[in-house]
Every structure is written in structure tokens, then in C-alpha cells.
Ligand binder design. Structure first.
Ligand SMILES: [Fe+2]
Length: 287
């Protein structure tokens, strides 16, 4: 990767995806030239890591604003709404910690999560998400990031032709950890038909906007045909040489591009606490 060209010390995280910026204290005001370079490095590499940070909530918000407008939280439909701590705060605590009464102090706290991209099931998905690591278990709880740019580039011609110009129904059932069922009223679920191929507004590159967890149906195909197509794409995107697995350390902050990568979480011992602070950035309708 380029080193120093725009004043950043950049180190690739893998041959596939991801960049680390070294020697940066993001709690301090960042010069607009450096901010521009950070945004470029993030868009080109899909995820951008800075380690060893010590951030207050306000400092995390200030860092996030380099990349765009901080987004409000999106609420699931009433039928799928469980207990959510502090649902109006744009800073979301991702934690398995419980309070004295046994209630979660955050959300999305426990266990493995399949590969997905955030808020793909609304008209204007959040463009980027940040996680800042506060407390990390001694093993597991890693985040995998898979490249949707490479996924697009690696699609066999026949598969690409089947998907060209189509839309995909993105949907998420907040009560499940596996794909939701289509045998229920869609109005009870957040869902949206998105383009299968999206052009990244920063890089002009195309990505295949499909995940095994949240993509439910491809326009023009039956449910069975759709699931087969989604699985074929997911097998390519989730291949071991197409993702980077991040082993968190407290003080890590990562921003990822929801249009050009998927992310997934590995499991960890239940008795260990895992706490990260999450902020998202607003996005536009996709094309
Ligand atoms: Fe997510």
C-alpha cells in the first residue's frame, strides 16, 4: 500500500482487505488534509484500523464525523422489538454485560453472527459503521471482514449474467440469528429491494451486495432459485482467502464500508465480557 504519500503511515491488514494507520491519535483534532487521506484509504480498503486509542464518547463522535454525518439508530418494527438499552443514543453499546437486575446494558451482545452488512434492509443503508473496543474476551469474539469488491470481481460469468440488473430483497428478523422466514407478513420486518450490484460512490468500483444472513430473494427467481444464487455468491465472498479476521485489543477502532464488505462475529466464552462502542454514518440510496 502507499506509505506516506498523503501523510499517513499505512500497513495492509491482509492481501484482500483492510488497512491499518499507525502513528495517529484520533482523540486530537485532525487536519482536513489528513481527514481526506483517511477517507480515501478507508474507501479503497473497505476497513480502516487505528490501534491504541483512548477515546471518550465525544472524541469518538468527532472522529466519526471525518467520514460523514453520524446516523440515528433505526428501530425494528414493533412486532420484532425486544428490550433495547438506550435506543435513542446514536452511540450504541455492543455488550453482553447485564445490570444488577439481569437486564442487558447494551445490545447485540451475545454470540456468533453470520456475515452481513449493516442496515442493507432500509432505503438508505448506513454507509459506514465504527466499533471501538473497550473490553475484549481472552479468546474469540473476533470480527471477520469479507470483500464485496473481490466478490464481484470473482463471480463466474454465468452467475454474473444471472444477477446483472436484478434487485435483491434484503430483510432482517431481529428475533433470529439465522435468515428470517418469508412465511410471515413482510410489514412486520424491515426489508428493502436493493440493487444486486452497487457502485461505490467514493471509488467507482462495483461490489456484489449480497449476504447469506440478510439477502432473501433475487428479483425474477423463485425462492429456491434465489437461495441457490445467494449461496453461490456467499460461498465466493466467504472463502477463507477473501476475508480478514480481526483479533480485537482494547483501544482498537475500526471503520468499515457497508457497501464494499461484509462482517461476521465469532463466538466467545459466555462468562467473559465483550464491550465495544458502535457509531454509524449516514448513507444514500444505492445505485
Ligand atoms: Fe453488523
Amino acid at each position: 500500500m502507499r506509505d506516506g504519500e498523503l501523510g499517513l503511515n499505512l500497513v495492509a491488514l491482509s492481501t484482500t482487505i483492510g488497512i491499518e494507520v499507525r502513528g495517529l491519535d484520533v482523540s486530537q483534532p485532525i487536519d482536513p488534509t489528513i481527514g481526506y487521506a483517511l477517507r480515501q484509504a478507508w474507501a479503497e480498503n473497505s476497513i480502516l484500523l487505528v490501534r491504541n486509542q483512548d477515546l471518550t464518547d465525544d472524541e469518538q463522535f468527532a472522529y466519526a464525523r471525518i467520514y460523514g454525518e453520524v446516523a440515528a439508530r433505526i428501530k425494528p418494527p414493533v412486532e420484532k422489538r425486544g428490550f433495547r438499552a438506550d435506543p435513542d443514543n446514536p452511540m450504541q453499546l455492543v455488550t453482553n454485560e447485564l445490570d444488577d437486575e439481569g437486564k442487558p446494558v447494551g445490545s447485540l451482545g451475545d454470540g456468533e453472527m453470520w456475515f452481513h452488512t449493516d442496515k442493507c434492509y432500509v432505503e438508505k443503508p448506513h454507509r459506514a459503521s465504527f466499533l471501538y473496543a473497550v473490553e475484549i474476551p481472552s479468546e474469540g469474539g473476533h470480527t471477520k471482514f469479507a470483500s464485496l469488491y473481490n466478490g464481484y470481481d470473482l463471480l463466474p460469468e454465468a452467475l454474473s449474467q444471472k444477477l446483472e440488473g436484478r434487485k435483491v430483497l434484503q430483510m432482517y428478523d431481529y428475533t433470529k440469528t439465522e435468515p428470517g422466514s418469508l412465511d410471515q407478513p413482510l410489514e412486520n420486518l424491515l426489508h428493502y429491494w436493493q440493487p444486486v450490484f452497487v457502485t461505490n460512490p467514493d471509488t467507482g468500483r462495483k461490489a456484489v451486495y449480497i449476504s447469506r444472513l440478510m439477502s432473501m430473494r433475487i428479483e425474477g427467481y423463485s425462492d429456491d432459485e434465489s437461495r441457490a444464487l445467494i449461496n453461490q455468491v456467499a460461498d465466493i465472498v466467504e472463502a477463507p482467502d477473501n476475508f480478514y479476521e480481526h483479533v480485537w485489543r482494547p483501544g482498537d477502532i475500526i471503520i468499515w464500508d457497508n457497501l464494499s464488505c461484509l462482517h461476521a462475529r465469532t463466538d466467545w466464552p459466555r462468562e467473559q465480557r465483550r464491550t465495544l462502542r458502535r457509531v454509524t454514518i449516514e448513507g444514500e440510496a444505492l445505485a
